[in-house]
Ligand binder design. Structure first.
Ligand code: HEM
Ligand code: HEM
Length: 193
């Protein structure tokens, strides 16, 4: 597998970062939505710590991904994609990048401003607080954290829908080139069926 992106495919590093961040964000979101309902046992705090630690891991992965994207560039739009579609895709991708940065940052600020006990990343290393305890900021960050998640989820559903539309309806290589070679091929054009 080629690690760098080429003119017509995403390389291994971009693919690994894309799919690991996607799986992590959806899992962290699911944990976030249910963790408040858990019974208050010692495990309750551990689930919060896992949510926060995975979230901070995503922050590091997103920063690495943006760095890699600036260094390795991106493939050309798939041949035949109308200009409005590639413009819309670029806008959506830009918004998703901002949201996947804002999600962990708002969570981290919320944790910091709430004046909670020290946060240790997976129990291993203490994470610095970004602000002093501040009730107003904590409330605002809590709302932001929740609201941005729903906006992100809506965009990701549209984004995944667009990828599937490209694959099954437009029958082009958009989805195939974000997956390892031989996993799936771009579907053959309709005429050859
Ligand atoms: C939380 C989940 C997801 C996030 C945060 C996410 C984010 C992104 C971003 C930011 C890009 C643009 C890459 C760039 O230009 O640097 C991208 C590309 C892509 N994503 Fe996702 N994605 C997610 C889930 C999915 C899912 C579920 C699918 C498929 C069903 C998918 C399919 C694709 C494909 C095919 C591309 C490449 C598009 C192209 O070559 O123009 N993504 N994704
Ligand atoms: C990609 C990263 C993240 C995602 C997708 C995410 C998602 C979510 C979601 C969906 C909720 C439930 C919102 C609600 O119903 O109130 C939540 C709650 C929460 N998140 Fe995150 N989160 C992320 C990162 C973080 C980080 C890094 C921290 C702290 C360091 C954090 C701290 C919290 C806290 C404390 C809550 C509980 C709010 C409450 O009910 O009191 N999150 N998160």
């Amino acid at each position: 597998m080629t690690l760098k992106n080429s003119a017509d495919r995403w390389g291994g590093i971009s693919q690994l970062l894309h799919w690991s961040i996607a799986v992590l964000i959806l899992s962290i979101g699911a944990i976030g939505l249910v963790m408040g309902e858990l019974p208050r046992s010692p495990k309750f705090f551990w689930v919060y710590t896992v949510h926060k630690s995975l979230g901070l891991t995503v922050l590091a992965l997103v920063l690495a991904r943006i760095g890699w994207r600036l260094y390795a560039g991106a493939p050309q739009p798939v041949a035949g994609t109308p200009r409005w579609q590639s413009k819309l895709a670029s806008l959506t991708h830009g918004a998703i990048y901002m949201l996947i940065l804002a999600m962990p940052l708002s969570g981290w600020l919320y944790d910091s401003a709430s004046g909670l006990r020290p946060l240790r990343w997976f129990g291993l290393a203490e994470v610095p607080k970004l602000s002093r305890p501040n009730e107003g900021l904590a409330g605002a960050m809590h709302e932001t954290h929740e609201l941005l998640f729903w906006v992100l989820l809506a965009l990701v559903i549209g984004h995944a829908g667009a990828a599937l539309y490209h694959h099954f309806v437009q029958r082009d290589a958009t989805l195939a080139r974000m997956l390892p070679r031989r996993w799936i091929d771009a579907p053959p054009p309709k005429e050859s069926e």
